[in-house]
Design a protein around this ligand. Structure first.
Ligand SMILES: Cc1cc2nc3c(=O)[nH]c(=O)nc-3n(C[C@H](O)[C@H](O)[C@H](O)COP(=O)(O)OP(=O)(O)OC[C@H]3O[C@@H](n4cnc5c(N)ncnc54)[C@H](O)[C@@H]3O)c2cc1C
Ligand SMILES: *[C@@H]1O[C@H](CO)[C@@H](O)[C@H](O)[C@H]1NC(C)=O
Ligand SMILES: *[C@@H]1O[C@H](CO)[C@@H](O)[C@H](O)[C@H]1NC(C)=O
Ligand SMILES: *[C@@H]1O[C@H](CO)[C@@H](O)[C@H](O)[C@H]1NC(C)=O
Ligand SMILES: *[C@@H]1O[C@H](CO)[C@@H](O)[C@H](O)[C@H]1NC(C)=O
Ligand SMILES: *[C@@H]1O[C@H](CO)[C@@H](O)[C@H](O)[C@H]1NC(C)=O
Ligand SMILES: *[C@@H]1O[C@H](CO)[C@@H](O)[C@H](O)[C@H]1NC(C)=O
Length: 523
């Protein structure tokens, strides 16, 4: 996993970035800056919670590195009143607001754009209050998933929460955009386990589920926060997990029958016991027996039970994988998070409190949904294409179980029954530069094109949390609705209509907007 260093970053595109930061605040910073927006902020913040500010101007090449560096620093709203002041003043001074919690947006939508903007960073609003008696917790938007998991496990060894596998992802973006993790076959999506929320709307009002109403609550549990307001916190429902669970990671190359195993995985993974989640990763490696490249299949699994039961379940349902007791690691649910994050499982679990993601890389992601198993010939072709392209990775996440039971209208996330699994297309690279960037982005586009016969159609579905600007961009002008519909139906299918109605009602002037936000209805 790496951070997000969006390929679209170009100093010339970035004009103003106002960062709210306690560390750089001083009265002179506010007055010397020739910026009425800052005055407005100061004026609108409560004296008991003074607002902090700092200004960066982006007229030289260092700006993107400044921006990058700031991502790793503490910049932030410290109190709800700061969020309220930002919303009011941004409208008054016609500034675009970017909301950032964990900063893990795949397209940098939380901190990059082409018009003047400022970033409202939620980093400091990150408290986590776990109540085991009621099996709930209030988690603020700026907390990371790793922190949430750690704080739950601190209070109970038999509770967990079904959210994403990357511990540095932020609550704000992750939950508002849907959120899935390796317990989804048992407990559904993250948003299927959210029971209340606190949000500041376009008028600066702090709302909870009761005062915002069921429509708006529905919208911010999968429709993305950045179209509707600033999420302050969510109340989540904890789930039960056994004290001991089992994980494994098993790899097979093409020479080890990977195609046959992958073929069987398609039948098994979406249908097997809900306690078992088997992720399947496909990549290209050097062959050990041959000078050429070969395809490698990696099966990474979480089983909510002990290894003995797992091995017997696998022997019965998926003997082709040949899972052995020695492949299995019995551990706690919290440690399984470390394992799934590709961190050595013997590391101290405190690593989950580390908000710094692994070394900076550039990345591109795309997604697809598969509704029918792919034939062996189809799989062979995909493998061949992968080897030809070399540097792209597929990740297949099985659905079924609880995912197939929840109606597609229960939350804005529509990809439920009928989907066997989701595909993530993945390209990571370390070198900057347009040529390299184009090369890697092309790989994902070529693969996406190649997969057309195997995936959902009309619309070709995509996962909103895997933001992909290839699906369409909104310029938020006159064609707002028409442009928004292009990507909107891919992410939300029929739920797009309801999201647009809610958006039009609560933010008619489209203050909360980005490249792929929910549009308002044309008037
Ligand atoms: C390494 C990695 C692993 C991932 N793994 C998973 C996974 O296992 N499961 C999964 O579902 N997703 C996963 N994702 C995707 C992730 O859930 C989304 O990118 C998510 O939006 C990130 O949230 P954030 O707060 O970290 O991001 P940010 O970049 O801060 O925000 C993302 C979006 O949400 C908006 N937003 C953020 N905070 C708020 C707020 N408080 N109020 C309103 N809007 C807000 C932003 O404006 C932006 O549009 C992964 C991403 C990465 C980079
Ligand atoms: C600050 O607020 C007061 C009262 O609301 C208003 O009269 C004044 O013009 C504001 N000043 C600025 C700089 O916005
Ligand atoms: C340009 O970048 C340099 C650092 O490389 C910095 O010292 C300087 O202040 C920047 N200029 C402006 C106008 O921001
Ligand atoms: C794979 O082989 C190439 C040469 O064919 C070599 O440059 C590369 O380092 C190898 N990669 C790994 C991971 O061994
Ligand atoms: C190496 O792999 C290629 C392509 O899969 C195959 O045609 C060839 O026979 C293999 N050679 C050896 C020595 O295994
Ligand atoms: C994990 O760390 C332990 C202790 O440092 C080490 O012995 C082991 O080889 C590591 N495992 C992996 C898979 O790197
Ligand atoms: C990427 O694809 C575009 C259009 O398909 C093409 O013009 C360009 O040359 C490709 N770039 C690379 C580096 O492959």
């Amino acid at each position: 996993m790496g951070v997000i260093s969006p390929h679209r970053i170009q100093p010339s595109m970035l004009l103003i970035l106002v960062l709210l930061s306690i560390f750089t605040f001083s009265a002179s910073a506010a007055t010397s800056a020739d910026n009425t927006f800052l005055h407005c902020l100061v004026n609108h913040s409560e004296s008991s919670h003074p607002i902090a500010s700092a200004v960066f101007t982006a007229n030289n090449d260092s700006f993107s590195s400044v921006l990058q560096a700031q991502i790793k620093n503490l910049l932030t709203a410290l109190h709800v009143s700061h969020v309220q002041a930002s919303i009011i003043c941004a409208q008054k001074h016609n500034l675009l607001m970017k909301i950032r919690s964990g900063g893990h947006d795949y397209e940098g939508a939380s901190y990059v754009t082409s018009t003047p903007f400022f970033v409202l960073d939620m980093f400091q609003l990150r408290s986590i209050e776990v109540d085991i008696d009621t099996e709930t917790a209030w988690v603020q938007a700026g907390a990371t998933l790793g922190e949430v998991y750690y704080r739950i496990a601190e209070k109970s060894k038999t509770h967990g929460f079904p959210a994403g596998v990357c511990p540095t992802v932020g609550v704000g973006g992750h939950i508002s955009g849907g959120g899935y993790g390796n317990m989804m076959r048992k407990y559904g999506l993250t948003v299927d386990n959210v029971i209340d929320a606190q949000m500041v709307d376009v008028q600066g009002r702090l709302l909870d589920r009761k005062s915002m109403g069921e429509d708006l609550f529905w919208a911010i549990t999968g429709g993305g926060g950045s179209s509707f307001g600033v999420i302050i916190s969510y109340k989540i429902k904890l789930v039960r997990v056994p004290e001991t669970i089992t994980v494994f990671r098993v790899t097979k190359t093409l020479e080890q029958n990977a195609i046959d195993i992958a073929y069987k995985w398609q039948q098994v993974a979406p249908a097997i016991d809900n306690d078992l989640f088997i992720r399947f990763i496909l990549d290209v490696v050097n062959s050990t027996t041959n000078v050429t490249k070969t395809g490698r299949a990696t099966f990474v699994a979480l089983f909510l039970g002990d290894s003995k039961s797992l091995v017997s379940l696998m022997n019965e349902k998926f003997p082709e994988l040949g899972l052995k007791q020695s492949d299995c690691i019995e551990t706690s649910w919290l440690r399984s998070v470390v394992f799934f994050a590709d961190i050595n499982i013997t590391e101290p679990v405190e690593i989950l409190l580390d908000r710094q993601p692994q070394p900076l890389i550039y990345l591109k992601r795309k997604s697809d949904y598969v509704e029918k198993p792919i034939s062996k010939e189809g799989l062979e072709g995909i493998w061949k294409k992968m080897i030809e392209l070399e540097n792209a990775v597929f990740q297949f996440n099985p659905y079924g179980g609880r995912m197939a039971e929840i109606p597609s209208t229960a939350t804005p996330f529509p990809h439920r029954a009928g989907n066997l699994w989701k595909i993530q297309y993945k390209a990571d690279w370390k070198q900057a530069g347009k040529e390299v960037t184009d090369h890697y982005i092309n790989l994902t586009r070529i693969l996406h094109e190649y997969m057309t016969p195997f995936v959902s159609k009309n619309p070709r579905e995509a996962f909103y949390n895997y933001k992909d600007l290839d699906l369409g961009i909104n310029h938020n002008g006159k064609n707002n609705y028409v442009e928004g519909k292009v990507y909107g139906v891919k992410y939300f299918k029929d739920n797009f209509k309801r999201l647009v109605e809610i958006k039009t009602r609560i933010d008619p002037h489209n203050f909360f907007r980005d490249e792929q936000s929910i549009p308002t209805l044309p008037y």
